[in-house]
Design a protein around this ligand. Structure first.
Ligand SMILES: [Zn+2]
Length: 213
């Protein structure tokens, strides 16, 4: 999981929502514009939680702090709104189960514990709370804050569905791409550049791999 910096609330969002009180009154076509904006401006088309590559279609607007906890203050608070995958991104075609991320988290809304929740738009060093295994590709807590990291992994089900396999695949793709550069010096530069761009799937996992290599 990585820190994502929110930009200032865009004027179009203020205009579109200023007279609304309920999320359901916010029209579907306008929600799509907001999703596009956040994905492009803030998230590089990666899920806020699992870092799968997502599009406008395979994702949803996610209230980090569940809006039912304080409808009037949280529903249209731009800094509480991010884009999450639907938890189905690595499923087989026929399988619509929402295995992880925002929709899965919503099921445990009543148990949302703000003091344990590592908010990706607020915790600058969120990446340091997690490490990864390279035999089973699971995400696990680092020493930084085991209780919080474990709470996030459990609440968002970050080892469920096809996520471990997808991490493995992302590494494979990355390695194969880099192998094509025969000059070692150029390859190293390119690796650094790609990892610094922060816009490929499972970027935190890849960065962890190469920071500890
Ligand atoms: Zn996700």
């Amino acid at each position: 999981m990585r820190y994502v910096q929110k930009v200032n609330t865009p004027q179009f969002f203020i205009d579109d929502t200023t007279e609304l009180t309920q999320w359901d009154e916010y029209y579907a076509n306008k929600k799509r514009n907001l999703k596009d904006y956040i994905l492009k401006e803030e998230q590089s088309y990666l899920c806020i939680y699992c870092e799968s590559k997502i599009s406008n279609i395979s994702s949803h607007l996610e209230h980090i702090k569940p809006k039912h906890l304080d409808i009037s203050n949280l529903t249209f608070n731009y800094h509480n709104i991010v884009v999450s995958c639907d938890g189905t991104c690595h499923n087989n075609d026929a399988d619509n189960t929402k295995y992880h991320c925002g929709h899965r988290k919503d099921r445990v809304d009543t148990a949302f514990e703000e003091t344990k929740f590592l908010n990706p738009v607020a915790v600058l060093k969120i990446r340091e709370y997690f490490k990864y295994n390279f035999d089973d590709f699971l995400i696990t807590p680092s020493e930084k804050g085991i209780e919080k990291a474990q709470y996030m992994i459990d609440t968002l089900y970050l080892n469920d569905g096809g996520l471990p396999k997808a991490r493995e695949k992302a590494l494979e793709i990355f390695i194969n791409k880099m192998k094509k550069i025969s000059d070692i010096k150029i390859r190293k530069e390119k690796m650094k550049q790609v990892l610094n761009n922060e816009n490929i799937a499972f970027i935190s996992f890849l960065k962890f791999k190469y920071s500890t290599a």
